[in-house]
Design a protein around this ligand. Sequence first.
Ligand code: AMP
Length: 190
Amino acid sequence: MNLVIFGAPGCGKGTQSERLIDRYGFYHISTGELLRDQIARKTPLGITADKYISQGHLIPDELMLSIIDDLLDSPEVKGKNIIFDGFPRTVKQAEELEHLLQKRGHAVDAVIGLEVPDEELIERLINRGKESGRADDNLETIKERLEVYHNQTQPLRKFYEERGSYKPINGSNAIDAIADDIAAHIEHLL
Ligand code: AMP
């Protein structure tokens, strides 16, 4: 099963992915985490990615897609149920993900959209920045990331609605309640 967990920065994608991993043992592909790891290790990819991430911009589609293409063939991912967290983020990425899965005999089975109002997202991200020290969780970059989200990523809601795979979930609820809502939706697919 291939599940996309979708929503704006700070909507709870990472937290809910952890719940799903504990409950069902998904393999977690978090593109943000993957890129932060490359930045920490100062790899060539990390050095390139840092320029975009620190500005609140998306890294180029071609780069992101080649990373995912390679990852899908790696032994630790092959044959697993996958959660895509933070990917796809553009219509181009969503179209290409369809192709990448299709050529391996798979598809996106469900898209969970965690819906949270912007004011709540800003508050959460500022608080997260204080705790995690994430360089992009400062007010200026947060505002840029939300703008990028509304312009480039939110159109995916319609993309997946048209394919009948989008499931909106109220992301303002308590963490446990959200996890239960997601479980209720995906259990019949597993
Ligand atoms: P996240 O941890 O998912 O909020 O991602 C942090 C940052 O990594 C984003 O603001 C982007 O700069 C970059 N990033 C993560 N995923 C993607 C993606 N699918 N496409 C392009 N850039 C990404």
